[in-house]
Design a binder for this molecule. Structure first.
Ligand SMILES: [Zn+2]
Length: 315
């Protein structure tokens, strides 16, 4: 599986294992994470794979052996150069290909145009309407098509919702409307188009109360958001649930979303991983001793989560 980006803890700066390494090896570790992310590490073991990894790191194969040994010594990678605990720290939903696929299927199911490429056909007309420059800053550098009302907020590929934007403005705006992002639309025609679009679509958007689990990254959009989200935790729970004898959850209800948001605000991913591991290790929480109350909704209540985290159910 290839990921366009991967998670790296900010607290890695305080990581004991890393601080035992020479500066060069710290970079080698990050480089190996990149190669894990783009799929090279997952290729079958072969001389070619080894040579390609060495080339990417800019070292000789012999040196790669040494690097691998040193990183293994501090338990940052395994014998195949897989970063330790990689799967626990990354999420399937980080894979933008998967997300876009899901997003398209969902749009199709709702009778909307499914392809992100369909709006690209408006490019020449948009360039003409917007004078071949970013509608937010008039830059002509690295232009792309912006969904003024972002797709993640229900914005569609309608011509009136599209505008020319430079990559910088498009990224800065991320999943927000121009108003939410504090962007002024300086191109008159684009502003008129948006107000017309919003007027027409406001009813449709208001009725769309579906808890949207997809985050869109269409072609031409440079937005990405790697903050921990309730969806991530649900995904992780459903991944772990069968292995700890718990039912997976089918719906992220508003109550559950609220619960998870509160836990996310107070805990980081480490804590969630630790809680799942603690449940797995506790016969009581697993339900082996007869009590079956430890389910999704119970685990993420503040007091319960904290008690599990502090090891109150160990042994
Ligand atoms: Zn711009």
């Amino acid at each position: 599986m290839s990921l366009p980006w991967f998670r790296l803890y900010s607290r890695i700066i305080d990581n004991d294992k890393l601080s035992l390494l020479a500066f060069e090896d710290r970079w080698h570790f990050v480089a190996i994470c990149c190669l894990k992310s783009n799929g090279l590490i997952d290729e079958p073991d072969s001389n070619l794979r080894t040579r390609r990894i060495a080339a990417k790191l800019g070292v000789q194969v012999r040196e790669l052996d040494e690097i691998s040994r040193r990183l293994r010594e501090v338990e940052l990678v395994d014998e195949h150069l897989n970063p330790v605990s990689w799967d626990e720290l990354q999420f399937q939903s980080d894979n933008s290909k998967e997300r876009v696929k899901k997003y398209r299927a969902k749009r199709k199911a709702n009778g909307l145009s499914a392809g992100s490429e369909t709006y690209q056909k408006h490019l020449p007309a948009l360039m003409e309407r917007d004078g071949g420059a970013c509608v937010y800053c008039r830059s002509k550098d690295k232009l792309c098509i912006d969904h003024m009302v972002p797709v993640a907020q229900g914005g569609t590929d309608d011509f009136d919702n599209l505008a020319i934007a430079c990559k910088a403005c498009n990224s800065g705006k991320a999943g927000r409307t121009p108003e939410q992002a504090g962007y002024e639309i300086v191109t008159k025609q684009a502003g008129i188009a948006l107000s017309r679009y919003v007027t027409v679509n406001v009813t449709a958007q208001e009725t769309d109360t579906d808890t949207d689990t997809e985050v869109l990254e269409p072609k031409g959009s440079c937005a990405s958001d790697d903050a921990l989200k309730p969806e991530h935790i649900c995904e992780k729970w459903n991944e772990v649930a069968p292995t700890i004898g718990k039912p997976s959850i089918r719906k992220l209800t508003p109550e559950r979303r609220q619960l998870l948001k509160a836990r996310i605000a107070q805990n980081d991913l480490d804590d969630f991983v630790a809680v799942f591991a603690a449940i797995k290790a506790s016969p009581f929480l697993r339900g082996d001793t007869g009590w079956r109350g430890c389910n999704f909704d119970w685990v993420f209540k503040k007091a319960n989560f904290q008690k599990i985290l502090e090891g109150n159910y160990n042994g």
